[in-house]
Design a protein around this ligand. Structure first.
Ligand SMILES: *[C@@H]1O[C@H](CO)[C@@H](O)[C@H](O)[C@H]1NC(C)=O
Ligand SMILES: *[C@@H]1O[C@H](CO)[C@@H](O)[C@H](O)[C@H]1NC(C)=O
Ligand SMILES: *[C@@H]1O[C@H](CO)[C@@H](O)[C@H](O)[C@H]1NC(C)=O
Ligand SMILES: *[C@@H]1O[C@H](CO)[C@@H](O)[C@H](O)[C@H]1NC(C)=O
Ligand SMILES: *[C@@H]1O[C@H](CO)[C@@H](O)[C@H](O)[C@H]1NC(C)=O
Length: 393
């Protein structure tokens, strides 16, 4: 114990006081084997239960090694005043999606003060799932598991871990308050379906910083009910960009407000910074959204606000979106566009954008058939600074 404690305290200097002096619950001491073959879920749940019930600061540890892990649900509330989950090993999911009866692989819920950290990796083994994912064609398709689900958490820190090849989204936040994601790495191939990096909804005061996301869908997607989200220093690509929405799919969606995306870089992505709402949608509201200090490298739609979002043409475009967008700002966005139409601001004719600002934009089209262009509808933007291409002319 003493040796472990010393090893641990080397880490606590790095991590600060948050999980200092934690008591360690090593999955190997609960029978978990690093053979990559025997499912460690029972051992890990036993370790979790003891750590969570402990009255001291506690940390569950998955040490170096390769492990097989089936679906697990880590439940709180915990008695422990701070609960850590330290991942140093490589944790692999079963390849076959049939091994999952629910919509999550590793689920944390009803916990206050969780710290998930370490140099380890979770591998969702998504290859088989992507090939059977027909959700683009069939909205009633069977839900594939999200690699990491965080439900009803307060005061969470996620640091340094890597998420690889999720079957569906890599991470999902639902009803999480005060959450920081720092120095995390997320990877899946460009052609993998629905492998969004981080999706969230009904969550407030979320910070995502210093993170690299390369995936087959949105790097970050911001769903209804997200408030006070700060994204800084994220490198996205390949992927579909950082997106608010899609909004307006369902009745009574909660508002989105206070979103800032700053100092981010997009490399070879399908979109850069995006807001999307469905046509013929019920009334909704999204406000105080800023995208600033953004670098685009070979991005297809670097700046896109689309209130007629209709992928696979499976929606009714007869009526306009009634999601109102107010106080939106695109500022200091520069780099290269791989499509000529570098700036698209298509607001709804049923609920035109209000107080939309476009500041310094300098986007060059990399093709040879002319300079970059922009298109606008149902908006009267407030322009300032440089406008390359000229906005809304
Ligand atoms: C999180 O905070 C909310 C609002 O303050 C509270 O209602 C809820 O019980 C808290 N949940 C946990 C798991 O601490
Ligand atoms: C999130 O970032 C904002 C702005 O950088 C900062 O004011 C806030 O304290 C941060 N919140 C947390 C929980 O780290
Ligand atoms: C949340 O965002 C709103 C803007 O929508 C802002 O007025 C408010 O100060 C922010 N709150 C926090 C805690 O950052
Ligand atoms: C964001 O980028 C701007 C312009 O490059 C720079 O002045 C600012 O310090 C950066 N902020 C952060 C938090 O990196
Ligand atoms: C630019 O992006 C396109 C896909 O949009 C890709 O095919 C092409 O290889 C990229 N070019 C460079 C130089 O990376």
């Amino acid at each position: 114990m003493d040796l472990k404690w010393k090893q641990w305290c080397f880490m606590c200097i790095v991590l600060g006081s948050r999980v200092a002096e934690a008591h360690i619950f090593d999955v190997k001491d609960f029978g978990g084997k690093a053979d990559g073959k025997i499912d460690i879920s029972k051992a890990l749940l036993s370790a979790w239960t003891e750590a969570c019930e402990s009255l001291e600061p506690s940390t569950v540890l998955i040490p170096e090694g390769t492990y097989l892990l089936g679906p697990v649900n880590f439940k709180g509330p915990c008695k422990s005043p701070s609960i850590g989950f330290q991942l140093e090993g490589l944790v692999q999911a079963p390849s076959n999606p049939a091994a999952f009866k629910t919509d999550g692989w590793i689920v944390f819920q009803h916990i206050n003060g969780l710290t998930l950290f370490g140099k380890g990796t979770i591998d969702g083994k998504g290859e088989e799932a992507w090939s059977i994912n027909k959700c683009a064609q069939n909205p009633n398709c069977k839900m594939l598991p999200v690699s990491l689900r965080f439900n009803f958490l307060n005061n969470t820190l996620i640091r340094d871990i890597t998420s690889f090849n999720s079957k569906y989204f890599h991470m999902n936040f639902f009803e999480c308050y005060d959450m920081t994601v720092q120095h995390v790495h997320i990877f899946a191939p460009e052609e993998s379906a629905n492998t969004d990096g981080i999706h969230m909804g009904i969550s407030e005061r979320i910070n995502i910083t210093d993170t690299v996301i390369a995936t087959g869908d949105d790097c970050i997607s911001i769903g209804p009910g997200t408030r006070n989200l700060t994204v800084t220093k994220v490198v996205c690509g390949p992927g579909h960009g950082i997106s608010v929405g899609s909004l307006g799919k369902y009745k009574d969606e909660e508002d989105v407000s206070g979103i800032s995306v700053r100092n981010c870089t997009f490399i070879n992505t399908q979109n850069g910074v995006r807001i999307k709402t469905w046509p013929s949608s019920p009334a909704g509201f999204a406000s105080d959204i800023i995208f600033e200090d953004i670098i685009m490298q070979n991005v297809s739609n670097p700046v896109i606000l689309d209130q007629e979002y209709c992928p696979h043409l499976k929606c009714d475009k007869d009526d306009p979106s009634l999601v109102k967008l107010r106080n939106i700002k695109f500022n200091k966005i520069r780099g290269t566009s791989s499509s000529q139409l570098a700036v698209i601001i298509a607001c709804s004719k049923g609920a035109p954008c209000e107080n939309l600002e476009v500041g310094d934009i300098n986007l060059k089209y990399i093709g040879t058939d002319g300079p970059a262009q922009s298109t606008c509808s149902n908006v009267n933007p407030i322009l300032s600074g440089e406008q390359i291409p000229p906005t809304c002319v």
